[in-house]
Design a protein around this ligand. Structure first.
Ligand SMILES: [Fe+2]
Length: 192
């Protein structure tokens, strides 16, 4: 069983308390449904032959619910504590690979502007010693196997629709960066 995490947000600039409230509620839904799925699988396995179709559908949903849970935990944690820019070793390493920190940020924001719902994610591959900017469909489609998430930007409309119109999502992306606690992101890089 998983338990929803709680997050301590200060006053964010450009992201309202109402927006955070409805979004955290949605996150709690992923945790709840992941737990429900696991209970359902145990029940269906009592007659796996009869329940083969239902089992297949339930198993298919696990990645959506699990990644929906975990990606939101990455996302909300980035807004805890004081806002600060990405700096130190992470800034240097991004600048080295992308030419400048600004070049990386521009590319990451462009990934965020991809049409459709999903996530813009910065990963670091410790084996290849390279960063990857990736777009995920839903929460799980396109995840890069086995390498840590360094930065996660939710690009579902539910992430900003209380504060912004769909056509204004660039403003939401700017607000995301403005409120980012760079220390949280740097710690993920150091731990990778
Ligand atoms: Fe979300």
């Amino acid at each position: 069983m998983y338990t929803p995490k709680t997050f301590n947000f200060g006053a964010l600039d450009g992201i309202s308390p109402k927006q955070l409230e409805v979004h955290v509620k949605l996150y709690e839904g992923y945790v709840k449904f992941l737990n429900t799925l696991d209970d359902t699988i145990v029940d269906l396995m009592k007659d796996s032959e009869k329940n083969a179709y239902a089992l297949g559908e339930v198993n298919r949903r696990r990645g959506f619910e699990f990644d929906g849970m975990r990606m939101h935990e990455h996302y909300f944690a980035q807004w805890e504590g004081n806002a600060s820019p990405i700096s130190g070793n992470l800034e240097d390493a991004l600048a080295k690979q992308y030419g400048s920190y600004e070049a990386w940020e521009a590319q990451f924001k462009a990934v965020g502007m991809t049409r459709g719902i999903g996530w813009a994610v910065l990963y670091y591959d410790p084996t290849g010693k390279r960063f990857h900017n990736a777009f995920l469909g839903d929460h799980e489609v396109g995840q890069l196997t086995g390498i840590p998430v360094i930065l996660a930007l939710d690009m579902w409309e539910h992430a900003y629709m209380v504060d912004y119109l769909p056509a204004e999502k660039k403003k939401y992306v700017d607000a995301f960066f403005k409120n980012l606690n760079g220390n949280v992101v740097e710690e993920r890089f150091h731990g990778s």
